[in-house]
Ligand binder design. Structure first.
Ligand SMILES: *Cc1c(COP(=O)(O)O)cnc(C)c1O
Length: 471
């Protein structure tokens, strides 16, 4: 938490001291030199507090930073291309041994019995919901602070999303508000480990158990994140991952469902292959397709790319955690900057994003829009993050479909009363006023990169009054 009692003088004094402490730890140096051969060595000239008194870059001053950030995704031809070329030259491109190898390695990495690779995270969630028989008339609890890829699958299976407000300190679903939104129709909850920070599974699981809810974790941003040394995605009935281009394990497109439940995983496998027999989904030999299904199969060359990325994931996760903790320590005392909080039992986060809350009252009333523009102009790209997912037109569009009008009483589909029932004021404030993010690739840089982020924020803090003229 930022401390409003820190005086400006004390704030400047502390920062001029910590600004000198920008020494690269040997572990970071070696990790980043292994992982990112293309990143230039850190600039020894770390801006000091004097550069913060220069004009903001948005007003024509010199930016704090002019270097590029680590690019994403990463690709190392020497190590990454051998298996990929073998796959391409083999002519076996559709799902076969390499996908199976990727699934086995992903399950082993997470410490879970089974993993099934599919085309993307959105369809992983859709398949998991369908194979737990979450269907028309069922309600699914979910946070509004997430990507559309969490909620679209709920609507794809004909179920009704019910939004639970967030805990703004952690950006996660607020466990204390879950029970108030449970009805006799509630069948499932999707805890989303949003931004790669673990949701409070320690409180969520007992609530789910008490109300007999299926728990499908959306870990699409949370590869390798842990609660009490257990990987998220393996704590509920099933976990879903995304390997889309921006994600911490990037294939371009791709996803996975993981679970310790063999019967469920066999149903998922069958489902992603047209409903054809697999494992416990078996029938009379020659009876053909047994279940309702679709086709969600990953290709062999996607799996080969995934295997290459997997070799770096653990080391990259360590670098992100170290840099995030360091950056948090550098910015937490800047008045008006409130970095994320992790729950006490989180032993590792994924940091798909690095979030903080921006309090404009402590920036002389500067709007978040101008703050984000000014910080970006300093060479520190950042964004405002999500818009309110519980108020967007896709919901009403779905409610007006033929299927929804047949499955639900008219009163449940009235959009104005839906908006009222699903009002989430904490989330509104995060989305509309306070949240600011940095992307995960920035956390793969060096400590001096983190110093530059902190220095740029301080520079904007010092110059907030001059920026008030901007829109
Ligand atoms: C990316 C993402 C998804 C969807 O994954 P895709 O592979 O893009 O379909 C779902 N939920 C969250 C939280 C995500 O970040």
């Amino acid at each position: 938490m930022s401390n409003p009692n820190v005086s400006r003088r004390e704030f400047l004094r502390r920062n001029s001291l910590t600004g000198l402490g920008a020494v690269l730890s040997p572990s970071l140096l070696s990790a980043s030199s292994i992982e990112q051969p293309t990143i230039p060595a850190p600039n020894p000239e770390i801006p000091t507090s004097s550069s913060r008194t220069e004009a903001p870059a948005l007003l024509g001053g010199k930016p704090v930073r002019s270097k590029e950030w680590p690019t994403w995704p990463m690709w190392q031809p020497e190590t990454d291309e051998k298996q990929l070329l073998e796959v391409i030259r083999s002519g076996i491109w559709s799902r076969a041994n390499v996908v199976t190898e990727f699934e086995a390695k992903w399950a082993a990495t997470l410490g879970v019995k089974r993993s099934l690779a599919v085309v993307n995270g959105t369809n992983a969630i859709m398949a998991a919901l369908a194979q737990f028989d979450i269907r028309g008339g069922d309600e699914v609890l979910v946070t509004p602070y997430t990507f559309i890829g969490t909620v679209a699958p709920i609507l794809m299976v004909g179920a009704m999303p019910v939004f639970v407000d967030v805990d703004p300190e952690t950006f996660q679903i607020d466990p204390a508000q879950i029970e108030a939104r449970i009805t006799p129709r509630t069948r499932a909850i999707i805890p989303v480990h949003i931004l790669g920070l673990p949701a409070n599974m320690t409180l969520i699981m007992p609530i789910a158990k008490k109300h007999n809810l299926v728990v499908i974790e959306d870990a699409c941003q949370a590869h390798m994140a842990e609660i009490n040394h257990r990987k998220v995605g393996t704590l509920g009935d099933a976990g879903c991952f995304s390997f889309q281009n921006s994600k911490n394990l990037a294939i371009g497109e791709g996803g996975a469902i993981v679970s310790n439940d063999d019967a469920f995983m066999d149903r998922c496998f069958s489902y992603q292959n047209y409903g054809n027999p697999y494992g416990q989904v078996s029938g009379v030999i020659g009876a053909g397709t047994l279940r309702q299904g679709t086709k969600l199969r990953l290709t062999e060359y996607q799996a080969a790319i995934g295997l290459a990325q997997l070799t770096r994931l653990d080391a990259q996760t360590t670098v992100r955690n170290e840099n995030a903790a360091y950056l948090k320590s550098k910015i937490k005392d800047i008045p008006g900057i409130v970095p994320y909080k992790l729950y006490d039992d989180v032993t590792r986060a994924a940091f798909h994003l690095f979030p903080f809350r921006f309090k404009k009252e402590q920036f002389k009333g500067l709007s978040r829009d101008v703050f984000v523009k000014a910080l970006s102009a300093e060479g520190i790209p950042c964004s405002k993050g999500y818009a309110t997912l519980n108020t967007m037109p896709y919901l009403n569009d779905t409610f007006q479909t033929k299927n929804y009008r047949k499955m639900y009483p008219k009163s449940m589909l009235d959009f104005n009363s839906y908006l009222e029932r699903n009002h989430c004021p904490q989330n509104d404030r995060l989305c509309r006023e306070e949240a600011v993010w940095f992307t995960q690739n920035m956390l793969l840089g060096s400590r001096s990169d983190m110093d530059e982020i902190a220095n740029a924020i301080e520079k904007i803090y010092e110059n907030a009054d001059k920026l008030l003229t901007q829109k």
